[in-house]
Design a protein around this ligand. Sequence first.
Ligand code: ADP
Length: 305
Amino acid sequence: MKNAIEIRDLKKTYKKSKRSPAKVALKGVDLDIPRGSIFGLLGPNGAGKSTIINIMAGLTVKSSGTVNINGYDIDVNERNAKASIGVVPQEINYDPYFTPLESLELQAGLYGVPKCERRSKEILEMVGLSDQMNAYARSLSGGMKRRLLMAKAMVHNPPILVLDEPTAGVDIELRRQLWDNVKLLNEQGVTILLTTHYLEEAQELCERIAIINHGAVIVCEDKDKLIGRLDSKEIIFKLDRDIASPIETLSYNVIDKRSISVSYSPNEQNAGDIIGVVQDAGYRIIDITTKQSDLEDIFLQMTGK
Ligand code: ADP
C-alpha cells in the first residue's frame, strides 16, 4: 500500500448528553497519508482533528466511514490497525517515580512486546534521552518529558506515529529541538501525522498538509503549493485628506474616508511601488500598517466567508 493511512467518508456525531446537544464533529472526511511522509493536519480549535486521531487510535467510535491503517481496516482488523500506530498525547502524563528506561519497559509490557523484541535503549537514543535513561522522570526538563512521551509511543515499533499538538505551549528553542527529533524519526522510516494550529510548525516539518474546518477537509495538498496560496500581504494606508476621486492604477478597498487597504502578492509586487502609486496620486501618507497572511486568511479565502 502506497498510503500509510486511508480515510474515506469518515463521519462522527457525538450523541447529545445532559450537558450538551448532539454535535456533528466530522462530516465525511477523506484523507490519504502517504507512507514515509510527514503529514500535517491543520485547523482551528474544534475543527475535528482530535476526533480523527481518537478514532484512529480506537479511543472514539466513528459514526460511519472507513479507516485503514497500514493496510488494516480498523473494523476488520482492529488489533493490527492499533499495533500500527503510536499516539503521542498532547498533555504530559508521566510516571514520576520511574526512570525513562523503566517507563519504556513498562509500556512495552502493556503492549505485550516480548522481552527479546524490546528496543528500549535504542528508542531512548533515537529521541536523545540516552544520558537520562536512569534518571527519575520527575527530574527531566519539559522537553525531555515530551521526548519521553514520543519514546513511549514507539515501544511497539509502530510504522506510524501520531503527534497531537506536539509543541503546544512550548518555547521556541524547545520547539526546534522537538522538530529535529520528529525529522530524525521520519528519516528512519516512520510516517508522521501531526496536528497543529501553528502554521509555522507545519511549514517547517510537513511535506503535505490538510486543512480541516468545521469537520470537513477544505484543502489537502503539498506544502509548497499551499504556501504559494499564502503569497498575499495587505498594506493599510492612512492618508492626509479625504479620497476625492478613485486612485487609478491601484486596486484597493476603502476602509473609511481617509484610509484604504491594498492587498498584493509579494512575489509580483513590492511595497515600495505601491507606496509610490499612492504618493503619485497626490496623497501624503500619514501612517502605514502591514498585515501578513496567515492560516486564518487561507480559511477566509477558501471558505469564502
Ligand atoms: P480539534 O481537535 O480540532 O480541536 P475536536 O475533534 O476536539 O476538534 O472537536 C470537534 C468538535 O466536536 C468540536 O465542536 C467539539 O466541541 C466536539 N466534541 C469533541 N469531543 C466531544 C465529546 N466527547 N462530546 C461532544 N462533543 C465533542
